[in-house]
Design a protein around this ligand. Structure first.
Ligand code: HEM
Length: 156
């Protein structure tokens, strides 16, 4: 089951590859262009970029780098999903590293809607692939909320 989810997610990520070639660097910028255009309220967490437009992201060295970081993180999720122990450990590590941003805990699940929306700008996603991402998001979110609770932090 998790092997099939992993396969579908990894396959779709071939349309959002990471790397140093210009087209791959652009994939990362494009995530934040999509994110900030469609979910402008969430820019509040990105200090100094609260008013950034897609054009600001395009010209930003910070988001050139951050674009690769987020894409790499999502690739790691897909690459580890078939090994649930490692996947869940990476989820907890991600939650720990975001503690400083004091995010609304509901955003951990919402992220996957954002990401699938972005991916849909790069390729056509079939129903099975959308379902696979929804399943990964569900497992990610369950582990995230459990970890927040065990850490004595706000959770949903
Ligand atoms: C960094 C917010 C979800 C992976 C950051 C930063 C913010 C942030 C504010 C600092 C970047 C900067 O200010 O320049 C959010 C929000 C999320 C979200 C609002 C949900 C809507 C995720 C998810 C992942 C992730 C699900 C993993 C798949 C990363 C990574 C970094 C980062 C790898 C780079 C810094 C580090 O590794 O600690 N995030 N994040 N984020 N985020 Fe997120």
């Amino acid at each position: 089951m998790s092997v099939e989810v992993a396969r579908l997610c990894k396959h779709s990520l071939e349309s959002a590859r990471v790397g140093t070639d210009e087209d791959k660097v652009q994939n990362g910028r494009d995530f934040y262009k999509f994110f900030f255009t469609n979910y402008p309220d969430l820019r509040v967490y990105f200090k100094g970029a609260e008013k950034f437009t897609a054009d600001d992201v395009q010209k930003s060295e910070r988001f050139e780098k951050q674009g690769q970081r987020i894409l790499l993180a999502v690739h790691v999720l897909a690459e580890t999903y078939a090994n649930q122990e490692v996947f869940k450990a990476y989820v907890r590590e991600t939650i720990n590293r975001h503690r400083i941003y004091k995010m609304d805990p509901a955003l951990w699940l919402a992220f996957f809607t954002v990401f699938v929306g972005y991916l849909g700008t790069k390729t056509t996603l079939d129903e099975a692939t959308k379902n696979a991402w929804a399943e990964m998001g569900k497992v990610f979110n369950e582990e995230a909320q459990t970890h927040l609770k065990n850490s004595g932090l706000p959770h949903v």
